[in-house]
Write a new protein. Structure first.
Length: 145
């Protein structure tokens, strides 16, 4: 089943992609962020990736937060993903653009080839054309634009 344009306006969707170097990235849409077509085309794939990475603990590294760690679930998620090698972006709610800002990043990142085959297969076309290590803010094209 697809995410509809209404779903995108109502749900804070956690979705995953790869940068041009194959680094695994997490994004939260905040119910207002643009999401690419590869997210919208399959709720099942998006939820499978979310379930997988929320349980993924085969990897541990130092996390760096670019926000205040206030003990909230948001800062806890940002820290947890970075500790497991995933750079974490959140929608830029202070801006009317389709931007996401980097919230946390790991010392060492997970790359797609480190993951099980079924996860690699899903992520193989979830590539976003930028280098997450060098970028703090990105624009993501909207699936329904």
């Amino acid at each position: 089943m697809r995410y509809t344009i209404i779903d995108l306006q109502c749900e804070d969707i956690l979705w995953f992609g790869l940068d041009i170097n194959g680094n695994v990235l997490a994004f939260t849409s905040g119910g207002s962020g643009n999401v690419p077509e590869f997210v919208c085309r399959s709720k099942e794939e998006t939820e499978l990736l979310s379930d997988f990475f929320n349980k993924y603990d085969a990897f541990s590294t130092e996390a760096h937060l670019l926000i205040e760690d206030d003990g909230s679930p948001f800062s806890s998620d940002a820290r947890s993903f970075a500790q497991h090698g995933i750079t974490y972006f959140d929608v830029d709610i202070d801006n009317d653009s389709p931007s996401y800002v980097k919230v946390s990043f790991p010392d060492k990142t997970i790359v797609c080839s480190d993951l099980p085959d079924n996860i690699q297969k899903i992520l193989s076309d979830h590539i976003i054309d930028f280098d997450a290590l060098c970028t703090d803010k990105i624009d993501v094209p909207h699936a329904y634009a």
